[in-house]
Design a protein around this ligand. Structure first.
Ligand SMILES: Nc1ncnc2c1ncn2[C@@H]1O[C@H](COP(=O)(O)OP(=O)(O)OP(=O)(O)O)[C@@H](O)[C@H]1O
Length: 333
């Protein structure tokens, strides 16, 4: 039995079809990332799963319980932890009082350990908490009753890099203990680091569900090379080379056009995406002494761009964009 099962889940707000026939499962013990840019429909799926919104159509099960049945939903919720994107704690309570309330409702098996890790200021009023501190308190309340399944809506928003790192390690340990994690995100780096599988949602429709690795494999490697001697441009006319960018070496009398037509044109530096056999590529390059060669996984941004055609969250795509892409490209080979 899967931890989460969605079957044709649909939520129509009237003006917006926020979830359109969404079907997928999250297996027990996996970390599943639910990805999509702002407004794609992630929160709608999560809120519907938790019974906070009623679906227009379709069905869902949490830990085997049908969410349409109130009694079953209560039973499922007892065994799960939920961190909303903006946790609404009582602003007039201190962090400690919030935890006490939570303990009285759901139980407390491990708040001491969690407080050591996430360390929200317990004696301060929630009203005076920063966004990051609200999130830290939320992480404690989400995990303190030892849930089997956790659903986290953009969990690292507001956390500083140290805390994000700690959270990532913690989540991996939770997976080792058999906890199932479903979290939404548009932070591609964290998805890549943490998730076993991802589902990508676009305009309310699920566009893919697959292991992160296969998503990255399909998108190929980014190859950058710098050679000691000129390499003829036709050397890289092999299967699997895409988006080749190189600065062509040209004779004094060669024009841009003639360089394009001349298969004897050479280059010493280039960058390209490669989806073929790396050994075949290396064999091809064997006779050219290389000063530098890097073969890296394609940035997840590139994968995303294929699904979104430019709709990737602006801040994120800039922050994690390709590093070292040549700025002096003068020609496409
Ligand atoms: N209560 C509502 N009434 C009408 N439309 C809504 C409502 N809630 C969300 N929407 C719309 O539904 C779409 C999906 O919103 P949702 O919040 O599920 O997206 P999201 O992927 O979680 O976005 P974000 O990353 O910004 O949180 C958006 O177009 C949003 O404006």
């Amino acid at each position: 039995m899967a931890a989460i099962e969605l079957e044709g889940l649909t939520k129509d707000y009237g003006e917006v079809l926020a979830n359109d026939d969404v079907t997928f499962s999250v297996e027990r013990g996996e970390i599943f990332g639910y990805l999509g840019p702002n407004g794609a429909g992630k929160t709608t799926t999560i809120r519907t799963l938790l019974g906070l919104l009623s679906p227009t159509d379709g069905s869902a099960r949490l830990l085997g319980h049908d969410i349409a049945d109130e009694g079953e939903l209560i039973e499922a919720k007892r065994r799960l932890g939920y961190l909303p994107d903006s946790p609404a704690f009582d602003e007039t309570a201190t962090g400690r009082e919030v935890l006490e309330l939570h303990a009285s409702i759901k139980g407390d098996e491990r708040s001491d350990e969690l407080l050591e890790l996430f360390d929200p200021p317990l004696d301060r009023l929630v009203r005076d908490y920063s966004r990051g501190n609200v999130r830290k308190l939320g992480l404690v309340t989400t995990f303190m009753h030892e849930p089997e399944l956790v659903i986290l809506d953009e969990p690292t928003g507001g956390l500083d890099p140290l805390m994000q790192h700690r959270f990532a390690e913690f989540l991996r340990d939770e997976r080792e203990r058999g906890v199932t994690v479903f979290f939404s995100s548009h932070i591609l780096g964290e998805v890549r680091r943490l998730c076993d599988r991802v589902g990508i949602i676009r305009n309310g429709r699920l566009v893919t569900v697959e292991p992160v690795e296969s998503l990255l494999d399909r998108s190929g490697k980014v190859v950058r090379l710098r050679a000691a001697d000129p390499i003829p441009r036709d050397t890289l006319e092999i299967d699997g080379v895409h988006d080749l960018e190189a600065t062509l070496d040209r004779g004094a009398d060669s024009s841009r056009e003639s360089a394009r037509d001349d298969s004897k044109s050479t280059f010493t530096e280039c960058t390209f995406t490669f989806t073929g056999d790396v050994n075949a590529l290396l064999e091809r390059l064997r006779e050219y002494p290389l000063l530098d060669l890097s073969i890296e996984e394609a940035p997840l941004e590139d994968v995303f761009m294929r699904f979104y055609g430019g709709e990737v969250d602006g801040e994120e795509s800039t922050a994690a964009g390709r590093q070292g892409t040549p700025t002096e490209v003068t020609d496409d080979v």
